[in-house]
Design a binder for this molecule. Sequence first.
Ligand code: SAH
Length: 372
Amino acid sequence: MDTPVNLLHLDRQGLQAYFEGIGEKPFRATQVLQWIHQHGVTDFAEMSNLSKVLRQKLQDTACVTPPKVLLQQTSVDGTSKWLLQLDSGNSIEMVYIPEDDRGTLCVSSQVGCAIDCSFCATAQQGFNRNLLAGEIVAQLWLAEHTLYKQGIRAGDNPDRAISNVVMMGMGEPLVNFNNVVSSMRTMMDDFAYGLSWRRITLSTSGIVPAIARLKEQCPVNLAVSLHAPNDELRDTLVPINKKYPLADLLAACRDYIEGKNRCKVTFEYVMIKDINDSPQHARQLVRILQGIPAKLNLIPFNPFPNTDYQRSTPEAIEQFRNILMNSGLMTVTRKTRGDDIDAACGQLAGQVQDRRKPRQFKNIPIQQEPLE
Ligand code: SAH
């Protein structure tokens, strides 16, 4: 017998094609999307608005199978982290962060990461593969339905546990472009999670050509991992900068928000002691961001085993922030959440089998749209 098709892996377009392929009407796609994503149903027998014959056909040829949870840890501050099993020993992590007015899920887009930022735990794992669209959506499916059943709600929203998604887990989402876009379409689909683009944030290390494609195909909020105000320093922290230097990256950011009303690019800046946290760095940052509608997110460095870096002192962070604020840049210092379960930015690890670490960035396969 053929392996069953996992319907969790298909967005609306994919489901329509699937139903057409088995001789069914395409509107079945929206019915099944609702069952799977809105009601969390995995058993076709419960999908009561499908005919008995179709339910049986699905039972014989398809499945709705989320990844297996290897571990769920909950922090004293309510943050939850999951370790999810994928194929052949690979696993990924995702994190849920509750706040007063929202519930945010931080999802992974790749097994490991090939960008190799010197201050990031995921980088130490090496890279294995891109996640499928369904493996990205399955993280939201699993977290939403598990948390909802546990009575957790996003702020005062009675209907859901997760109100916001950030593509800020393991991996570089813009290298896995097509699958990430397909997964975000399901997150935004009214028959699935119905999240507005304002509630989805994609964070990138700066894959410049893909930023313009994102604007064309799925313009969600953009966050950029800047971490340094000049090329010399950024080359050492975020080595993809050698391929896409700051001037090109900032031009791409400007273009991204052009024509988008009241919209800003978020720039993430990890605060590493004596590396990028001096007042001179702050002033240089102000200069290079001039004219770009920007929000600054300072992230105190989160340590992990075998790193030589240290977190900036609270005084250095405060001074840095004041320089940015005084120049009119909206700046927040990100609170570190889930410290006791290693759930903070840059600490997600999972297990990466058969790691492949490209030596040069020209070898990183960036998913391309087929030429039409
Ligand atoms: N690859 C994407 C998605 C990762 S998002 C990107 O680079 O943007 C996670 C954010 O946490 C990024 O801004 C990343 O640079 C930052 N980060 C990585 N390691 C960190 C660490 N050890 N401490 C604090 N922030 C870190």
